[in-house]
Ligand binder design. Sequence first.
Ligand code: NAP
Length: 279
Amino acid sequence: MNIIDGKAISLEIKNEVRDRIEQDKLDVTLAVILVGSDPASQVYVRNKKLACEYCNIKSLSYELPEETTQEELLELIDRLNKDESVSGILCQLPLPKTIDEDVIIQAIAPEKDVDGFSRASAGALMTGSEGFVPCTPAGIIELIKRSGIEIEGKECVVIGRSNIVGKPMAMLLLKENGTVTVTHSKTKNLKEICSRADILVVAIGKPKFITAEYVKEGAVVIDVGIHRLDPEKNGGKKLCGDVDYEDVAPHTSYITPVPGGVGPMTIAMLMYNTLKAKL
Ligand code: NAP
């Protein structure tokens, strides 16, 4: 069993981004918008800004109050869309309930949509044309490839069909010539389908849901889930994934841990997308 080191691979990618920016003396700027004071979002935004600093990407920070209206947010996005010094725009989700997330996502100019959530980006991925790929599934493909794992011809099973993970993940595995099955909450015989997988990507959003019974001997298991644990009740552990790691790991050829697997890749791919927006 090999543990896929997402920390090391994400650092490799951030270094590549930083080297390219330094080599070509590029002026790359990411506008980061945060509305309200959700603590988890604040942590994500802080980590994104730190990654920008590391990569020599300038980050512009817009921290707006909870009461911000949709119109005010749309005005800001319009201004950033028109500002030629801004390479990419990221609006941290979730937004307050008074704002329609879809309206905001679609308002970001496709050439600055570094999260890859807009319909233009989704359509580009679906049709195999150039565009921004959502950071988490893009990071997973990098983890797989950079670990020397072949995707072509493999049985790939994706659990989950969200627009930000499951669906783009399936498209990317298909692009790499995997044979892809997408499963969801209405899937019958989930165990049986999963146990056929050479590569199993789990984005179900349920802590430790996937046990050894779901996994074929020697499979590659990618755990996208992130769940907070009470360290006092969990032997000091603060986080777990959608996969029951202790149970599953001994049966795999490669597995991603939580933390230190998929998580760090998401921010690294955001840096990659921001550089791409400048080129
Ligand atoms: P989501 O929008 O809640 O989607 C969960 C998916 O799982 C849905 O498609 C749902 O099916 C499916 N599902 C639920 N119960 C199921 C069951 N019993 N059997 C089979 N499928 C089932 O979640 P998400 O945004 O894709 O995120 C998934 C997980 O990844 C979460 O833990 C999230 O925190 C984590 N995440 C991590 C990162 C990272 O950077 N590491 C990034 C994004 C998300 P239906 O469509 O039928 O409801």
